[in-house]
Write a protein that binds this ligand. Structure first.
Ligand SMILES: Nc1ncnc2c1ncn2[C@@H]1O[C@H](COP(=O)(O)OP(=O)(O)OP(=O)(O)O)[C@@H](O)[C@H]1O
Length: 257
C-alpha cells in the first residue's frame, strides 16, 4: 500500500494526507464489512473507488465522512477525526439517495443549501453551470429527469468549494456525453487542489482517474494507477485488470481452503 511516510507530515498540515485510515473495522448487522483496513489518499488527487456490488464502497465513504458507526480503528480527514466539527464546511458528500427538495426549483434548492452551509450566494450560479443545468435553473426538481436530479445533488456538493468531495456513484443514469463532462469537471477540481473520491460501477470511467482503488468483500485488492494496474496484470484495460485481480483473489482463497 502507498503509505505517506511519517517524515512528510509537517506542522503546517500540507504534508498530511487528505484521508488517512488505519485499522478500520466496520460491522453492519451480522457482517464485518471492513476489517483492519488501511488507506491514504493524497491531497489534490482524483481517486476512483471500484468494486462489485456489496464490496463495501458506500460503507467506506460513509466512514470517511463520519456518518458510519465504526467498531475500531481511526479515520482522519485533513488531519481531523472524520465527521468532526472543523470538517463541516470542508468535506462534501453526495449519496445515491436524492437529497434535494422536489418542490423547489434547482436555483431555490441551491440557495437554500448555500445558506445552510454558509457559502456565498454567488456560488449558486457557478455550481449550476458546473453541472450543466443552467437551462433548467428555474425548473422544479420534481419535474427533472433522474440524471438531472442527481446533478442537482452534485451541485450542492460544489457550494463553498469544499477541500474533500466524496461522491457515491455521481454519474449513474447519465448519458455518455454528460458523464465525460462530469469527469472533466472532477479532474479540474482536483487540478485546482480538491481531493475527490468517486465510486463507480462503470469501468471505462475508472480510466479517467489518476488512481484506482479496487475493493472486494471489504479488502483492498488494488490501489494503483491505471498504468500500474495494466503493467501488473498484463490486461488491456481497467475492466480486464480488475477481472484478473478478482480471479486471482478467488483462486488464492480456494487454494487456502
Ligand atoms: N444497514 C445495513 N445493515 C446490514 N448490512 C448492511 C447495511 N448496509 C449495507 N450492508 C451490507 O454491507 C455490505 C457492504 O455494503 P455497501 O453498501 O458498502 O456496498 P457497495 O460496494 O457500496 O455496494 P453497491 O455498489 O451495491 O452500492 C453489503 O454486504 C451490504 O449488504
Amino acid at each position: 500500500m502507498n503509505y505517506v511516510p511519517e517524515h512528510t507530515v509537517d506542522p503546517t498540515g500540507h504534508g498530511v494526507p487528505a484521508i488517512r485510515i488505519r485499522g478500520l473495522r466496520v460491522v453492519r448487522g451480522p457482517l464485518t464489512v471492513l476489517d483492519d483496513f488501511d488507506l491514504d489518499i493524497r491531497r489534490g488527487t482524483l481517486t476512483g473507488l471500484l468494486g462489485p456490488s456489496g464490496s463495501g464502497k458506500s460503507t467506506l465513504m460513509r466512514a470517511i465522512v463520519g456518518v458510519q458507526q465504526v467498531a475500531g480503528g481511526t479515520v482522519e480527514v485533513l488531519g481531523e477525526p472524520a465527521g468532526s466539527k472543523p470538517l463541516r464546511d470542508r468535506v462534501a458528500y453526495v449519496t445515491q439517495a436524492p437529497s434535494v427538495y422536489a418542490d423547489l426549483t434547482v436555483r431555490q434548492n441551491l440557495r437554500y443549501y448555500a445558506r445552510v452551509l454558509g457559502a456565498p450566494l454567488s456560488d449558486v450560479d457557478r455550481a449550476i453551470e458546473q453541472v450543466e443545468l443552467a437551462t433548467h435553473a428555474d425548473h422544479l426538481v420534481g419535474r427533472l429527469s433522474g440524471g438531472q436530479h442527481s446533478r442537482v445533488s452534485l451541485a450542492t456538493a460544489l457550494l463553498g468549494e469544499p477541500e474533500v468531495l466524496v461522491l457515491d456513484e455521481p454519474t449513474v443514469g447519465l448519458d455518455p456525453v454528460l458523464r465525460v463532462q462530469l469527469w472533466e469537471l472532477f479532474n479540474r477540481l482536483a487540478a485546482d487542489g480538491a481531493t475527490l473520491l468517486v465510486s463507480s460501477h462503470v469501468m471505462d470511467e475508472a480510466e479517467r482517474c489518476e488512481r484506482l482503488i479496487l475493493l472486494r468483500e471489504g479488502m483492498l485488492l488494488a490501489d494503483d494507477t491505471l498504468a500500474g494496474l495494466l503493467a501488473r496484470t498484463g490486461a488491456a484495460d481497467a475492466e480486464g485488470a480488475f477481472l484478473e485481480l478478482i480471479e486471482k483473489a478467488e483462486k488464492k482463497e480456494a487454494g487456502d481452503r
